[in-house]
Design a protein around this ligand. Sequence first.
Ligand code: GDP
Length: 609
Amino acid sequence: AEKKVSQKADSENLRSPICCIMGHVDAGKTKLLDCIRGTNVQENEAGGITQQIGATYFPAEILKDKTRELKPDAALKVPGLLIIDTPGHESFINLRSRGSGLCDIAILVVDIMDGLKPQTVESLKLLKMRKTPFIVALNKVDRLYGWKTCQNAPFVKAKNQQCKDVQNEFNKRLTEIIGNFKEQGWNSDLYYKIKNKDMGETISIVPTSAISGEGIPDMLLLLVKWCQKTMVDKLTYSEKLQCTVLEVKASEGDGTTIDVVLVNGVLHEGDQIVVCGMQGPIVTTIRALSTPHPMKELRVKGTYLHHKEIKAAQFIKIAAQDLKHAIAGTNIFVVGPDDDLEVIKKLTMGDKKTVMDRTDKTGKGICVQAPTLGSLEALLDFLKTPEVNIPVGGIGIGPVHKKDVMKARVMLEKKKKEYATILAFDVKVSPDAWELADKYGVRIFIADTIYSLIHQFKAYLNTHKEEKKKEVADETVFPCVLKIIPGRVFNKKDPIILGVDVLEGIAKVGTPICISQKEFIDIGRITHIRNNEQPVDLAKKGSAVSIKITGSNSLEKQMMFGRQFNTEDLLVSHLSGRSIDILKELYWDELSDNLRKLVVNLKKLFKIQ
Ligand code: GDP
């Protein structure tokens, strides 16, 4: 499998680039491909939603024909373009190799009327994590009010034929969307305004209409030019097999088949292959290799071509025995005559192991479950980002069963109730599992976008946190340092009533107060705060308020201003180990740096370990 092939970049011997389409539901991904293909998959589907993975191969002649009007200066060197069409971004997720993206380039479709949606933002993050270059198709330009159709015209030509109002409206929306990209940390501009050297740094925007075809020539040419210019190395044809499972399908007659993307190398009927399976490596033999006809699409029935041998890049259906437990998102290997099968088996499973081993070292964390290795890895990547930062204790592929609930339940015993949670990304949950989860108080969240899953869990974490805050309200102490204002001592003993400046932190009703001398002496709790004669619950740093401290009567020694303490003594909130733990667990991310420092300093002062 790992044949050593001396590999030289060779612009005369390129494979076809692989392109994924991503974007928000309804942005027009399917329709765009329909438009290039001249087919109509979109309208055959329920509600127009893309429900299956598909791929279309566009041979070079077709690309040439479609881009003729733009008079491409450079020769077309790639043999074609393989575009993979996706529900959500599933196939992008599964086209992976050791954490990186396998597709060479992506089209991110944005609806010009809607702008960026949460799913678009998620796609942007995923593209960045996987380091995949991409262009933006700013789709549905024909929906601009008053748009004059220029069937399949290059964009600039179409734009020039529009009246001023339409052009203004276009510019306004474009500027807004460029602003949205900026908020996400990306520079972007119309593709023909970007200088060559900025390609890749600045996102190229191609305005398109999937209905009337404006901008489609531009999009195709840009994709091909970009690939030819920047990816000769990557696109040079090689004998070394690179092939990823995209989907595992139960099909009539053939039993199970797998849809794969052959990124590089060659496959033959009769090849012995090793596939990563749920229960271990699957060693099997290719019975049949089939592809859709060029320009047709795999979903349209009865259009398969059978092959004895097939070269990259292609989208292929493989029929072989025992594929039922194959895992999408993993690489397959061919066993060559000199290969050691055991070594290859290990190689095949290695990738899965790396992903499954990504649990938190402490063992504390939520459980996650996804249908494929690729989606699992993407979910883990998102959970690891600093903005999200949720530890993962358990990882699984496939539907959620009772055993997964039992795994999550362990967290209840580790006093991390909120981690007794399963995030089920695009997988089914068995009725038994639901029942068991209910019984034990394990939470299961389900969603088919990572965004929604994380959003739901964060909302739950917040509710959980608010409940906990209420539970421990009596024991919660915020740090504060107060200075008694000379001349504003209204009552010297219980209740002690003083005017104070809040030097640091937050003074709250309920806060136990002590004075800092050689040791700390408790003088009672704040029971009232008045600010400008108005009762308030708290006073922040910088404010001057009057406070009432009650309870020194019940202390061992009666505390009295002028006897045990006077205006030189600072009043500080009496933090305990427990109250510091509460602050750290429930309030830490709300406290300013200064307040955090104050807690740390007080902790030292109070000699709390
Ligand atoms: P997907 O979910 O991203 O695959 O979106 P579809 O391709 O299914 O398109 C969603 C809806 O938008 C359908 O009703 C399409 O007819 C419509 N649509 C897609 N592209 C365009 C376009 O360029 N112009 C207009 N006017 N409608 C479009």
